[in-house]
Design a protein around this ligand. Structure first.
Ligand code: SF4
Ligand code: SF4
Length: 188
C-alpha cells in the first residue's frame, strides 16, 4: 500500500506493500454492521459510484454528507465490498477513501469525548512494532500536517462522521486543531 494516491499526492503510506499483502487485518471485519467499516466523504462516494459501485452500498451518515460502506459476508467474517480476498487487493485503490488512506492512523474522539484526536491503531502489526522508531515518528508529523491542512480539515468538518468513537487500541499521537465549532458524533 505504498503507492501515493494521485488524488491526494501529499499523503504517502509508510508501510511497504508486501507487509500489507501478507497481513490479514485491514478490510476485514467481525460484524456486518461494524462501526469500523470505512466512511466515504460525499465526494468520495460520488467518485466511487461513478467508478461503477452500486449506490445502495453507501449508507448515509448523521453528518448528512458522508456514507459508511455496507460490508458483505465472507467465510466467518465480513469484508469491504471493494476488497478482493484472493489477492488482498483493494479494487478501488487509486480512489480509496481518506479513511482508508490514513490507516493505521485513525481520527477519533478522545476518551472523555471532548476533543478530536489523531491516533495510531496498534491492531496494525506494523504500526505497533514501529511506532516508536524515528522514521515512524517523522511520518506521524507528516500525517498531522496533512490532516491539519486546510483542504483536509474542510473535508473532515463537512463529513464529521469520519471521526470515530474512542478506541483503546488506538494510541493517541496528537490532538487535532480543527475548529471549536466542529460537530462530533457525540453531538448527534
Ligand atoms: S493492519 Fe497495517 S500492516 Fe496490516 S494490512 Fe492494514 S495497514 Fe497493512
Ligand atoms: S475501500 Fe479498499 S482499502 Fe478501504 S476497506 Fe475497502 S478494500 Fe480496504
Amino acid at each position: 500500500m505504498d503507492t501515493p494516491n494521485p488524488a491526494n499526492a501529499t499523503l504517502y503510506q509508510i508501510i511497504p506493500s508486501d507487509v500489507c499483502f501478507s497481513c490479514d487485518v485491514c478490510c476485514r471485519f467481525l460484524e456486518a454492521d461494524s462501526p469500523l467499516a470505512p466512511i466515504f466523504t460525499a465526494t468520495e462516494t460520488e467518485n466511487t459510484i461513478a467508478h461503477g459501485a452500486d449506490p445502495v452500498l453507501f449508507r448515509p451518515q448523521a453528518d448528512g454528507n458522508s456514507a459508511q460502506i455496507q460490508l458483505k459476508p465472507h467465510n466467518d467474517f465480513y469484508i469491504c465490498p471493494f476488497f478482493e480476498p484472493e489477492t488482498s487487493h483493494c479494487t478501488i485503490y487509486p480512489i480509496r477513501p481518506l479513511d482508508c488512506q490514513l490507516y493505521p492512523f485513525a481520527l477519533m474522539l478522545s476518551e472523555d469525548g471532548n476533543a478530536v484526536v489523531l491516533g495510531v491503531d496498534t491492531l496494525c502489526p506494523f504500526g505497533e512494532a514501529y511506532l516508536e522508531t524515528e522514521t515512524f515518528q517523522k511520518h506521524i508529523r507528516h500525517v498531522i500536517n496533512y490532516v491539519e491542512s486546510e483542504s483536509v480539515t474542510a473535508q473532515i468538518i463537512a463529513n464529521w462522521s469520519l471521526i470515530g468513537d474512542y478506541q483503546d487500541t488506538v494510541k493517541i499521537v496528537h490532538p487535532l486543531k480543527l475548529t471549536d465549532a466542529t460537530p462530533t458524533p457525540n453531538a448527534q
